[in-house]
Design a binder for this molecule. Structure first.
Ligand code: GLN
Length: 544
């Protein structure tokens, strides 16, 4: 697109959790499908410098970018929808903004001025918003503001939007996402909360250009006109957003509602091509019309909160669609698994995935799950802590190292088969100090991983402090657990496999962060395939 980058802001009103991330990603998808270049960023109004130090119970999964930023899980949606990597610049928190401003103040960069929310904090926010646009590669920068309009925390962000809209005029557009509650007693959708939410935005000086209204039921006749009248918005710019069967339907629903056309018109963009959503629709067809079912156990300690494993869940679903199979995830609580009940919980499953994690809680259950998968030849995928637990399990039960452990869990073990990485030993801070982001890995010829990736050199994203202790490598390989992926620089073990097992892979990295709708991840595709074979075998055995 010729001309300057266009900035689209997405705010939320009425309640939180309305799905601003999905609406942002869906609009971005529609613009991308018309041939435009788009990126999405998330502004988070909390004081943590990044979500890396947040417990998943607080904020769901921490998503890691190629360049090693620990970010909000919405960035995962952006990548899965667009198949374009995000970076540090795509997620900024209030903590980071203040940290930058305070560092500048300490360096004397404000030349003796009183440092204030306006203009210094808002200038810093505006600089972050525009940093992506200045790269000159994006036609559109979509900026999603976390939280709900009216929150004290989001005030500086809304003020920054007001200033940018004023300064940039037609190059900026504000979308406000609201909820139309349904009153069962009268059988009606109500618009009043939307009107109030827009009033709140107006009181802060921001006139929304487009309203996206989340609703469980179709909007009644005349409702768009009514909202338009009360909120100074064109009726065609009041968009209905009905609850969808899957998040991957939302781009198509927004296309039916002409969200992208309204946005382009309001931003003065003319003569754009038709959207090509062929590949997206093909994915949806395979996703919605599976030719079979496969049941996979996901063993983790946060299973009551599915957002904690968001990228893994999505990666399994992408892989299911790639294989034209419906993946049913059985969420298995690692703290509840014991030697006595493991067969009951995992019996009949076609594959077992052991999730990443930190700290001691639930790891003995993970180890039991792995023992079960190893001994019963059930396809197994261990991710990060899941891989480390596979190494511990093999140490204890095959190599007879009774107290084998990670030094994260037991600093005094006589068999520290997983130990802290050398470069981590001097680090005291918790935030942003792990081995983070993409690192190279060389795959061993003849290994399962090598055949799955179909190349020798790969890179994958990491987020950990501990690693396989190479002092034990010889003993492990002799007993049948092979290191089949190695980081060429540090000689760190990145992948382990079992010789004597049809499909057993532990990876120190996080393949789930790389799986997108356009490119489901090869490891997940192969895992689901192996699980399907296992399911067929189980049926054959039962029939024999
Ligand atoms: N706690 C482990 C480590 O820091 C594993 C981390 C993870 O699973 N992401 O090495």
């Amino acid at each position: 697109m010729t001309g300057s980058t266009k900035y689209i802001f997405v705010t939320g009103g009425v309640t939180s959790s309305l799905g601003k991330g999905i609406i942002s990603a869906s609009l971005a998808k529609l613009l991308q499908a018309r041939g435009f270049t788009v990126t999405i960023q998330k502004l988070d109004p909390y004081i943590n410098v990044d979500p890396g130090t947040l417990n998943p119970y607080e904020h769901g999964e921490c998503y890691v970018t190629e360049d090693g930023a620990e970010t909000d899980l919405d960035l995962g949606h952006y990548e899965r929808f667009l198949d374009v990597p995000t970076s540090k610049a795509n997620n900024v928190t209030t903590g980071r903004i203040y940290q930058n401003v305070i560092s500048k103040e300490r360096r004397g960069e404000y030349l003796g001025k009183t440092v204030q929310v306006i203009p210094h904090i808002t200038d810093e926010i505006k600089a972050h918003i525009q940093a992506l646009g200045r790269k000159g590669i994006y036609d559109f920068v979509i900026t999603e503001v976390g939280g709900t309009v009216g929150d004290i925390e989001s005030l500086p962000y809304i003020e920054s939007i007001r200033q940018l809209k004023w300064a940039k005029g037609k190059d900026c557009l504000a979308i406000h996402l609201t909820l139309l509650p349904y009153l069962g007693t009268t059988g009606e959708l109500k618009t009043k909360p939307t009107q109030h939410s827009v009033k709140e935005l107006l009181s802060l000086g921001v006139q929304p250009d487009v309203l996206v209204c989340r609703t469980e039921h179709p909007m009644q006749k005349g409702m768009k006109e009514k909202i338009a009248l009360f909120c100074n918005v064109d009726a065609e710019a009041v968009i209905e957003s009905r609850d969808a069967e899957t998040i991957y339907d939302v781009p198509l629903l927004m296309q039916q509602e002409k969200l992208d056309e309204v946005v382009l018109k309001k931003l003065g963009v003319a003569n754009y091509p038709e959207a090509d959503l062929g590949a997206w629709k093909d994915f949806l067809r395979r996703y919605k019309e599976p030719k079979g079912d496969v049941h996979i156990g996901l063993v983790g300690k946060y299973v009551e909160l599915k957002d904690a494993y968001k990228s893994i869940k999505e990666a399994l679903e992408h892989a299911g669609a790639a294989n034209e199979l419906k993946v049913h995830i059985k969420w298995v609580h690692s703290e509840k698994l014991t030697v006595k009940n493991v067969a009951k919980h995992l019996g009949g499953l076609a594959g077992v995935l052991v999730a990443p994690g930190f700290g001691h809680r639930g790891i003995e259950g993970k180890i039991e799950a792995i023992k079960y998968a190893r001994e019963n030849k059930v396809p197994f995928l261990g991710i990060c802590l899941g891989m480390q637990c596979a190494v511990i399990e093999f140490g204890r039960n095959v190599l007879a190292y009774a107290d084998a452990n990670s030094t994260e869990m037991n600093a005094d073990t006589t068999h520290p088969v997983i130990a802290m990485m050398e470069e981590q030993k001097s680090v005291a801070d918790k935030g942003g100090t792990m081995r983070l982001g993409a690192y190279a890995c060389k795959l061993e010829d003849g290994s399962l991983a090598r055949s799955i990736y179909n190349k020798r050199d790969i890179t994958e994203r990491h987020r950990h402090r501990y690693e396989f202790n190479n002092a034990y490598l010889g003993a492990y390989e002799k007993a049948g657990m092979m290191a089949t992926g190695i980081n060429p620089q540090g000689k760190l073990v990145e992948i382990v496999e079992l010789k004597d097992h049809p499909w057993f892979i532990g990876v120190q990295f996080h393949p789930e962060y790389r799986s997108t709708v356009a490119k489901p991840h090869p490891l997940f595709i192969a895992f689901v395939q192996a699980a399907m074979k296992q399911a067929v075998k189980t049926v054959e055995k039962a029939e024999a």
